[in-house]
Design a protein around this ligand. Structure first.
Ligand code: CMP
Length: 138
């Protein structure tokens, strides 16, 4: 069934001018952009967004990195959106990402890995709400 996922183009990919290419890959894979917003997170907002990772050793670095520059936040819609989007972006670690995936093409490291993708329908809904109100989903 048609459902939604949430993504962010991360600061390194935005800064390097890859937003257009990444959105092109997303649309070519059959996803519809339902909401989009360019913004810069504060370190606190990044900390809130990634609070599930609070106890992980990379948490502080991640918050600094995710608040280091603009990000492109989007809600995407497609059949089987969460799983299909994770396939399209590839493994978290770009060294393990398959050919043809967004991370294989654009990720620089396990942290600066170009894009975020929700890992479940439940998190997709929560993450979408973090950035967008119902009236901003078109
Ligand atoms: P993301 O899919 O957005 O979810 C958590 C993020 O933490 C991940 O992408 C990376 O940007 C970052 N990260 C940094 N180090 C690690 C690590 N060792 N394992 C997983 N994620 C990491």
């Amino acid at each position: 069934t048609t459902n939604r996922t949430f993504t962010m183009i991360k600061p390194d990919a935005y800064a390097d001018g890859h937003s257009g290419s990444i959105i092109q890959m997303i649309e070519a894979a059959g996803f519809k952009v339902k909401a989009a917003r360019l913004l810069k997170l504060s370190a606190e907002q990044a900390g809130d967004f990634y609070s599930v990772h609070k106890e992980r050793p990379f948490y502080q670095d991640l918050c600094n990195y995710m608040s280091s520059g603009p990000i492109f936040a989007m809600i995407l819609e497609k059949d089987n959106a969460v799983a299909d989007f994770r396939k399209l972006i590839g493994a978290t670690d770009p060294a393990k990402a398959d050919e043809g995936t967004i991370r294989k093409k654009f990720a620089k490291s396990i942290e600066a890995n170009a894009v975020h993708g929700s890992d479940s329908d439940e998190n997709a809904a929560l993450e979408g709400k973090f950035f967008f109100s119902e009236t901003e989903i078109v």
